[in-house]
Design a binder for this molecule. Structure first.
Ligand SMILES: [Cu+2]
Length: 255
């Protein structure tokens, strides 16, 4: 067994906001989310103040003879230009984030995650035929997130994740990494992450995929390079000697 992880990322009771970010992408998502929150709060407060002012100062009792003004050019310019500037201020970091997410840097490791009813199969094409199934573990904590065979990746390395579906559409999502990508039958989708802290990070299938949709969690264990090399050697033997029978059992009806 691998040693206990240093940090864990999972939902906590009464959590507010996102899970702690452990990738540059998620750090950017968190920043962008907070940035938008400041802007929307300011807009809501401004509109609220304007509404209250109108209600108090310009009601029929306080202001019996209304002004007949219909145009005010400087005011109209201001209320057109300021919203445009706000939208530009939002668009620039938004597009920057979108490019960061979708433009995969040169990958150090490729992993293929295949969504199946109702578990994940992980393949490591860089390491020969290494492939195994990952099923929810009912005898481990955290409940509904722990799995029998975790996806193990090295820390500070760009991991390219390719996803596909074996039966219906699933979705590979790990909140702490800021990734969520559909696993579509007959298609290969791609995303990436670079975890900057060792630990174990949990996610869930995020596309309603049938009866046991809620019971196909994702557990990613981020380890240092030496531990990863040791794990690969062990895993190659383990999964070659004892090929999982989960797939055989699950696909019996369809094959
Ligand atoms: Cu699923």
């Amino acid at each position: 067994m691998l040693p206990a992880p240093a940090a864990a990322a999972e939902p906590v009771p009464w959590q507010m906001g996102f899970q702690k970010a452990v990738t540059p992408v998620m750090e950017n998502i968190t920043w962008f989310h907070n940035f938008l929150l400041y802007i929307t709060t300011a807009i809501v407060l401004l509109v609220l103040i304007l509404l209250i002012t109108v209600m108090v100062r310009f009601n029929a009792k306080a202001n019996p003879t209304p002004s007949r003004t219909t145009h005010n050019t400087p005011l109209e310019v201001v209320w057109t230009v300021i919203p445009v500037l706000i939208l530009v201020a939002i668009a620039v970091p938004s597009f920057r984030l979108l490019f960061l997410q979708t433009d995969t840097p040169k990958a150090d490791l490729t992993i293929k995650a295949t969504g199946k009813q109702w578990f994940w199969t992980y393949a490591y094409p860089d390491h020969g035929k290494l492939e195994f199934d990952s099923l929810m573990a009912t005898d481990k904590q955290p409940r509904l997130l722990a799995v029998d065979n975790e996806l193990v990746v090295p820390v500070n390395k760009v991991v390219r994740v390719q996803t596909t579906g074996a039966d219906v559409i699933h979705s590979f999502a790990v909140p702490a990494f800021g990734i969520k990508i559909d696993a579509v039958p007959g298609r290969l989708n791609e995303t990436w992450f670079k975890a900057t802290q060792t630990g174990i990070y949990y996610g869930q299938c995020s596309e309603l995929c049938g009866r046991d949709h809620a019971f196909m969690p994702i557990a990613v264990r981020v380890v240092d390079d030496a531990e990863f090399a040791t794990w690969v050697e062990g895993a190659k033997k383990k999964f070659a000697a004892a090929p999982s029978n989960a797939l055989a059992a699950a696909t019996d009806e369809t094959r």
